[in-house]
Design a protein around this ligand. Structure first.
Ligand code: FES
Length: 258
């Protein structure tokens, strides 16, 4: 570990499909880092990717930070989600009783008066643009044909990438899922399996959550090891892994710490 540092900033944003949101957050982190006010600026994703907020807090602690300043930068922001992220941070502290690191959740970017000049500059930059008729995207007349066709598949897997599953290390599970599907010849490119990353599927405290169709079986409180079993025993072997199954109306056992 390098010399201890006081304040580490975590820019907290929302993920989405593809690498673009992460790249944008990294660019914002580089801009803030260039101010030289903070020795370290990290990023965290609320949903749809990693690092999650608990993972970023781990990195702060590993860097020897006295304080983690968590700065929400999503626009538009979401008040309830912000409050819940404070709970995630508090649970992280409770799960690390030896850590004295403070965690401060800042106001969202959208609350900043300094946003006004940035919006003005952005609007003014658009003034210099041209009508989309002058340089339309290739193939603008029609959407791709495969957007009108349900892909052939035998298995349909719904993988939750919502905020709570993300905070519970869903990304590690879905990385393992792809690897296990490939290992057993169930990849999407041979039309055996269709994997759909979803938003919150509702039983958040049971996260990470996976749903398997056509069986209609829900799995929860997953780990990469559990995913390996589900692929080998259920998707290949046809036997539901009851140990990780969650059932409607029955609460998951125990509580997560993050
Ligand atoms: S975030 Fe996954 S079930 Fe709510």
């Amino acid at each position: 570990m390098d010399a201890p540092i006081d304040d580490v900033v975590i820019l907290l944003g929302r993920g989405n499909h593809g690498p673009a949101p992460r790249r944008q957050l990294e660019r914002m982190a580089a801009l803030l880092q260039a101010s030289e006010r903070y020795p370290l600026v990290l990023i965290a994703l609320i949903d749809q990717g990693e690092p999650s907020l608990p993972q970023a807090l781990d990195a702060c602690a590993a860097a020897g930070a006295a304080r983690a300043l968590v700065v929400p930068v999503s626009i538009p922001g979401e008040t309830r989600l912000r409050a819940w992220m404070a709970s995630v941070a508090r649970r992280w502290q409770a799960a690390h009783p030896g850590s004295t690191m403070e965690v401060v959740l800042g106001e969202g970017l959208v609350e900043q008066p300094a946003l006004a000049p940035a919006l003005l500059a952005t609007a003014q930059a658009a003034e210099a643009g041209t009508d989309v008729r002058s340089a339309p995207p290739e193939g603008w007349e029609h959407d791709p044909v495969n957007w009108s066709v349900l892909p052939p598949h035998q298995l349909h897997l719904l993988t939750c990438r919502g905020p709570r599953c993300t905070a519970l290390d869903a990304s590690d599970c879905w990385t393992q899922l792809r690897a296990s599907l490939a290992e057993h010849g169930l990849r999407e490119d041979n039309a055996r399996t269709l994997v759909a990353a979803t938003g919150c599927l509702y039983p958040c405290s049971c996260g990470p959550v996976l749903v398997v169709y056509p069986a209609g079986v829900w799995y929860g409180r997953l780990t990469p090891a559990a995913i390996k079993r589900i692929v080998a025993e259920h998707l290949v072997g046809g036997r539901i892994v009851e140990e990780h199954r969650i059932t409607p109306g029955v609460p998951c056992a125990g509580q997560h710490s993050s």
